[in-house]
Structures are given as C-alpha cells and as structure tokens.
Design a protein around this ligand. Structure first.
Ligand code: 6IA
Length: 138
C-alpha cells in the first residue's frame, strides 16, 4: 500500500518530531511516499528544488497513493490543498487533530463527509487509530 503523509512545512515545523513518529507507524503498513515531511533538516535539503518541482512531485505521489494520512493540528495551506486534491481524486484520507491548542480545526476539514477526522490527545493512541483506518482502506 502506498501512503501519502501530509504535515505542515511552511505552516510551521513545531510538530516535526510527531510527524516522524507517525511516519514510523505508517511504515509498518506500507510504503510512505513522503518521508521527508518528518525530516528535521528538510528546509536545507529541499532548497535545491523549485516550488514547481516540489508541487509537481508531490501531486504525482498523491495521485499514486492508496491512502492519505495528514496531521492537521498545525494549520498549513499546503496540507489543506493536498486534502482537497485527495478528495477530488477519491482517495481515502485520515486527518489527525489534537484539540485544545491555539487553533481550532478548519470547518472545511471537520465538516467534510469525505474526510475522516480523528481527534486525539495522546500520541500513544495513534497506532490504533491509524491501523483501524488503513485496514478499512485495504
Ligand atoms: O504549506 P506547507 O509548506 O505547510 O505545506 C506542507 C505540505 O506541502 C506537505 O504535506 C508536503 O507534502 C507539501 N510540501 C510543501 N513544501 C514541501 C517541500 N519542500 N518538499 C516536499 N513537500 C512539500 C519545502 C522546502 C522549503 C521549505 C525549502
């Protein structure tokens, strides 16, 4: 199973360690096409790519994916855009959100019937959430 993980980059990197942890979990279920989203030094590594190259490569991976998993607690225009494309391409998409922070989740995500939103407080619960979602995708 090819899995597209989405998480904030220019929207803010405060959850990058959590992204790496989620990517580790996802690697137990299939191939994660976007492991770079969890890399601490992404900003320097990707500097060689133009924005167009990043956009085109990411959309090609998204097109190929069997499932999308997004951590949406840190709001990101790019993640929102990817989720919109995932819905348009009828990809199953799971949005992971920790309530209680500074920003409430967008109504465009929580209000969509075509996105699965899972709220969690403890990252230890992510394994069960992700496993249940991906088993339904198979
Ligand atoms: O608007 P954002 O940057 O927060 O959007 C984040 C989302 O867009 C992620 O889920 C990625 O899939 C995608 N994305 C945005 N920027 C990149 C990137 N390099 N490389 C790969 N995917 C990206 C940006 C590097 C730059 C800061 C020098």
């Amino acid at each position: 199973m090819d899995i597209y993980f989405a998480g904030s980059i220019r929207g803010g990197r405060s959850d990058v360690d959590l992204y790496a942890r989620i990517i580790d979990l996802l690697n137990g279920h299939g191939e994660v096409l976007t492991e770079h989203v969890g890399q601490q030094d992404l900003e320097t590594q990707e500097a060689a790519l133009s924005d167009r190259e990043i956009h085109d490569q990411d959309l090609a991976w998204l097109r190929r994916a069997d499932a999308v998993v997004a951590e949406v607690t840190v709001p990101s225009l790019g993640v929102g855009y990817e989720l919109g494309r995932a819905v348009a391409w009828e990809k199953p998409a799971l949005c992971l959100y920790r309530p209680g922070g500074e920003r409430d989740l967008s109504a465009m995500v929580r209000g969509s019937d075509e996105l699965t939103v899972a709220e969690y407080d403890d990252p230890a619960s992510l394994d069960a959430i992700v496993t249940s979602f991906l088993e339904e995708c198979r």
